[in-house]
Design a protein around this ligand. Sequence first.
Ligand code: BT5
Length: 331
Amino acid sequence: MGNAATDRRMDRLISVLVKNATVVLPGPKIASQIGVTRTTVWNYVGKLRALGVDIQGHTSSGYQLRTLPDILAPSLIQPELGDNEIGRKLIHYFRIDSTNSTALALATDGAAEGTVVVAEEQTAGRGRFGRKWHSEKSSGIYASVILRPRLSPADAPAITLMAGVAAHRALTTATGLEVDIRWPNDLLVNGKKVCGILTEMSAELGRLHHVVLGIGVNVNNKSMPSELGGIATSLRMEGGRAYSRAQILVSLLRELERYYGVLKDQGNAPIVRAWAKASTYAQGKAVRVRTSDEDYPAVTAGLDPTGMLRIRRQDGKEESLVSGEITEVKR
Ligand code: BT5
């Protein structure tokens, strides 16, 4: 876990600075508003500056925000969310092990549907099958959304596809880049991964208790670590410019609300259709399939009604993939 109390107070500092952006605020006034000492305010200002927040001034002169920071603080995100249920409760950390771990713990403790956990940095961001998720400070979006759908565990694949469709839509509208979805829900730009989604859930006896959708987006990374071997990229690296993480997060939470609504009201079919429309992987793509015990070439053959990927093996046999991984084979 991150330091929740400090992170909340730093969020309050941002909120005070944003609300008073036209004036220079004396240090002691800020200190009393957020309930810390002047030295602590000075400390927080230093931390925020290290994150790229442009704050002018010092303890003796007072502080003023020069430009609106691209920080995922609730005071900046929530006014943009309107009546979106997803994000009505938004918990922001500057540093955390994993937003999914925190969201899972909160969900177990009864957190409301639509609660979102976001972080500027993760020290133990994870992918599927215990893999690591590279979570560079202030460059990406690391968000986890708690859902409590009245669906059965059999609908879980559709929830995962729903998240992919929502993220696809958010990234496409925010950047104008051509975004592809690789089954089940990696988002790719120019064949490289910009976004990964980790769905974790708790279920029993045919009922889903809660689902945590963890979404990681590489937004403004200037480069990706060499150990990712050229398979990863960021929106900035592909689009040639920086993007507002706050704006992309807002768009993501709005699209999630919309497609989650579609899933609840109309079932899997429209989600499966939207997914197939957004992905070049749905139909006729030559791929390698890797499951826990096999690795073989195949061609994709559409989605089945529950959202499983149909694949055709070289001997012509068709089957549905429940989990596992596919990668494109260039012909
Ligand atoms: C995923 O796993 O793609 C799901 C990633 C979910 C991350 C979010 S961030 C917020 C929330 N909190 C968490 O702790 N997690 C979620 P998977 O399909 O298993 O892909 C992981 C693989 O992608 C790794 O083994 C690397 O090869 C590669 N990878 C790691 N970091 C990456 C990055 N930042 N961008 C692109 N690829 C990456």
